[in-house]
Design a protein around this ligand. Structure first.
Ligand code: CP
Length: 308
């Protein structure tokens, strides 16, 4: 099935072969960006951000601009008619009249699927509450494939707020489809991986622990995450848990020489900035891969990939 005209709400919406096509196009764009600088001329992307963002919004907007297309949208919903009480449904119907594709971030889990039903152009979930963040997953998969050479046989440690972190929910669902992926879930009890995600990966090997020190030497990838302050009802609990893990150069001494340290960012305190100098720390490379993979995704959904 072609990707043209499709929506992306969660990673499973695309088959492994379709994800491979996106990764392969991303690599072509990285190798030869000038070849793609006008492929989206005449197309318009809408970026509707009901929640703050730096990487996702800027990388989508940079991606569309680098493909020769144009961008409309908002980063502050109160500047739109949402402030007057307009529903998400009516906003989608309306924006579909103007744009060729819609990217939306929203604080409510499930809002992306709901909004996509009213969008009459390809719809991309840029993060819906604590639920899913599929384009971060494409970013993460491209980063792992590019830097590790393949997507199979990796032991992936996910550390921090596994309860509220949408990036880890999407990444686990996606990586579970690759051969011999092992997961190590590292979190305090209060922030452990939700049961519904563990059910998705039934049959895969996974370990749960609250000790990063005990498992770091086994990992091929360590995916650090921020404790998601905005998802806590109890701010005292947030204060107690926010610095539960801090990755330091000392802790990195036990890790494999080729372990990747990834993080979707933004970082708060969970990775000491000294770790940035370690060449295993790839989170800023990851942010750059995010732009290339979104260029490929936009091209595929708009049907402007002439190699299809
Ligand atoms: N990784 C990520 O989603 O970052 P932003 O919140 O800055 O978009």
């Amino acid at each position: 099935m072609k990707l043209q005209g499709r929506n992306l709400i969660q990673p499973e919406d695309f088959s492994i072969n379709e994800i491979d096509e996106i990764l392969s196009l991303s690599q072509n764009i990285i190798d030869n960006p000038s070849k793609y600088s006008r492929v989206c001329e005449g197309n318009l992307l809408a970026t509707l951000f009901y929640e703050p963002s730096t990487r996702t919004r800027f990388s989508f907007e940079a991606a569309m601009n680098r493909l020769g297309g144009k961008v409309i949208g908002f980063s502050e919903p109160n500047s739109s008619s949402t402030a007057k009480g307009e529903t998400l449904e009516d906003t989608m119907e309306t924006v579909s009249c103007y744009a060729d594709a819609i990217v939306m971030r929203h604080p409510r889990a499930g809002s992306a699927l709901e909004a996509s039903r009213f969008a009459r152009v390809p719809f991309i979930n840029a993060g819906d509450g604590g639920n899913q963040h599929p384009t971060q997953t494409l970013t993460d998969i491209l980063t792992i494939k590019s830097l590790k050479g393949n997507l199979e046989n990796h032991t992936i440690g996910l550390c921090g707020d596994l309860k509220n972190g949408r990036t880890v929910h999407s990444l686990v669902k996606a990586m579970a489809r690759y051969k011999n992926t092992k997961f190590v879930f590292i979190s305090p009890k209060e922030l452990e991986m939700p049961q519904y995600i563990k059910e998705v990966i039934a049959g895969h090997e996974y370990v749960e622990t609250n000790s990063l020190d005990e498992v770091i030497e086994d990992l091929d990838v360590l995916y650090m995450t921020r404790v998601q302050r905005e998802r806590f009802e109890d701010q005292e609990q947030y204060e107690r848990l926010k610095d539960y893990y801090i990755l330091t150069t000392e802790k990195m001494k036990k890790a494999k020489p080729d372990m990747l340290v990834m993080h979707p960012l933004p970082r708060v305190n969970e990775i000491d900035t000294e770790v940035d100098k370690d060449n295993r720390a790839v989170y800023f490379d990851q942010a750059k891969y995010g732009m290339y993979v979104r260029m490929a995704l936009i091209m595929k959904l708009l049907g402007v990939d002439k190699n299809e």
